[in-house]
Design a protein. Structure first.
Length: 479
């Protein structure tokens, strides 16, 4: 059958051909005249324009690239020295908000989703941290550099999640993307272990000083493309909890098997990170999940497993010849650990001047000390100590209130309001993962780092959307 094109169709096709020829000509000219970078930038312009249009039409698509960038941005800085990872994320956040603004001109946004305890508590925390610019101990430049990771991201990521990912299919998509990223992190760690470190990693280890904390007498601590092994290990511990629980509840069976594989590989990656505090994440996380499970067939075997693992690590020497098991076991005997005792000594010194600083010594000051400062040669070492020192006991109380109020609200919803067993299990897994990370934050400084912080904040937003997601699921089942 012969197709007959109208004059307008022929004209439109001719314009596309002409535009393609012009772009190719411009690409060749820039390639020969200026090199690959300008030529590639021009070649990508049509794709970028298409993505921009799609992101404005459906801005939830823009949040997923932001989440992926969050996962890799700090690893990229190891290969591109001088790249400001935080500034890159700030720019992506700004672009995402501009797309939301353009989208709102034509389509309404679900602003009512922001009426929850997480939005209110993080807004109070943000205001408190903004007011800390008037702290006489603070430096303006240090405050501006520190307030983003400490308060701004904690407010913005839950807000974006509530506005753009307020459907159950988005929660499932988020878990799927996160699982793929977890597998990428595991794969990179396995390459480091079985193939070796690449040139950039060797430079970071042996020139920048990373070897002092990552190649130690107990063995090598693998860090994947994360900032360090502690951040990597805790992240993998959270993935172990979330995907281990998802493997019990998600459908179909193939997806359950996939999430079980992700969880097991994440658990192995946590072990080879050599981060002792990371073992706290699955112990605390699975305990929190069991308390919310409401199923005896899950609760009893789970308690038996956790108690059995505790006995294995605390009271036996089985597997002591394995470096990973030996390091994890030392976390159950912290009072005999030299680094733990040093941290406690440093915290005792901090208590002396913190009694006179209920609002902290200033945001941004903990990592930028100089001789004469309170914190000079006193590393904070843990996220909770970091928050305490920079914002005082008042700030630490507000910070912890964000998490505990979210746990209480999400726990209440899971126990009494969520009817879908699948959603109830997934939300309990998210609560467990966040709870495990918070407990581990007492031993490691990783809450305010990429990618851990945004992952935790997005999970908290989903935890608070339980009733809305449950209503959607039940309505679809009755149609």
């Amino acid at each position: 059958m012969r197709l007959h094109l109208t004059d307008s169709q022929r004209e439109g096709g001719g314009q596309i051909v002409l535009l393609t020829i012009l772009l190719l000509g411009l690409f060749v000219f820039l390639l020969l005249r200026f090199g690959w970078i300008p030529a590639t930038a021009v070649a990508l312009l049509p794709l970028l324009l298409y993505l921009l249009i799609r992101f404005v039409e459906k801005p939830f698509y823009a949040l997923l690239p932001l989440f992926v960038a969050n996962y890799f941005v700090m690893g990229v800085t190891r290969y591109i020295p001088g790249l400001p990872g935080g500034i890159v994320m700030d720019g992506l956040l700004l672009v995402t908000f501009l797309m939301i603004l353009l989208h709102s001109f034509r389509y309404p946004l679900p602003w009512r989703n922001l009426r929850n305890i997480l939005t209110f508590s993080t807004a109070i925390w943000l205001i408190y941290c903004l007011l800390m610019v008037f702290n006489p101990e603070a430096d303006l430049n240090n405050w501006a550099a520190g307030v983003r990771a400490l308060a701004l991201y904690l407010f913005l990521f839950p807000l974006l999640t509530a506005l753009l990912l307020d459907r159950y299919r988005y929660l499932k998509l988020f878990l799927l993307v996160w699982s793929i990223l977890t597998m990428a992190g595991v794969a990179k760690a396995l390459m480091q272990k079985f193939v070796g470190f690449d040139a950039a990693e060797n430079y970071w280890l042996f020139v920048s000083g990373g070897s002092s904390t990552h190649i130690i007498h107990t063995g090598i601590r693998y860090f994947s493309f994360f900032t360090d092994a502690a951040s990597f290990g805790c992240n993998m511990g959270m993935s172990l909890v979330v995907f281990g629980v998802a493997a019990l509840y998600m459908r179909p069976v193939g997806l359950r098997i996939y999430y079980l594989v992700v969880a097991l590989l994440a658990g192995y990656a946590m072990m080879i990170s050599g981060t002792r505090a990371a073992i706290v994440v699955p112990f605390a996380g699975f305990t929190a999940f069991l308390l919310l499970s409401k199923q005896w067939k899950v609760l009893i075997p789970g308690i038996i497993l956790i108690v059995g693992l505790f006995i294995f690590f605390k009271f036996t020497y089985i597997g002591q010849g394995n470096a990973e098991i030996r390091r994890m076991r030392s976390a159950f005997n912290v009072t005999e650990d030299a680094s733990y005792l040093l941290r406690k000594q440093n915290q005792e010194k901090m208590k002396v001047f913190m009694k006179e600083h209920p609002f902290g010594v200033g945001i941004g000051e903990a990592k930028r000390t100089k001789p004469g400062d309170y914190l000079y040669q006193l590393p904070t070492d843990t996220s909770l100590v970091f928050v305490w020192v920079e914002t005082g006991i008042v700030g630490l109380s507000l910070f912890l209130l964000i998490f505990f109020s979210s746990f209480i609200k999400a726990g209440y919803d899971i126990w009494f309001r969520i009817r879908s067993s699948q959603l109830r299990g997934v939300l309990a897994g998210l609560v467990g993962g966040v709870a495990g990370m918070l407990v581990s934050a007492y031993g490691n400084e990783m809450l305010q780092q990429f990618p851990n912080g945004p992952i935790i904040y997005i999970c908290m937003a989903f935890m608070l959307m339980g009733p809305k997601l449950d209503k959607e699921i039940c309505e679809n089942e009755t149609v």
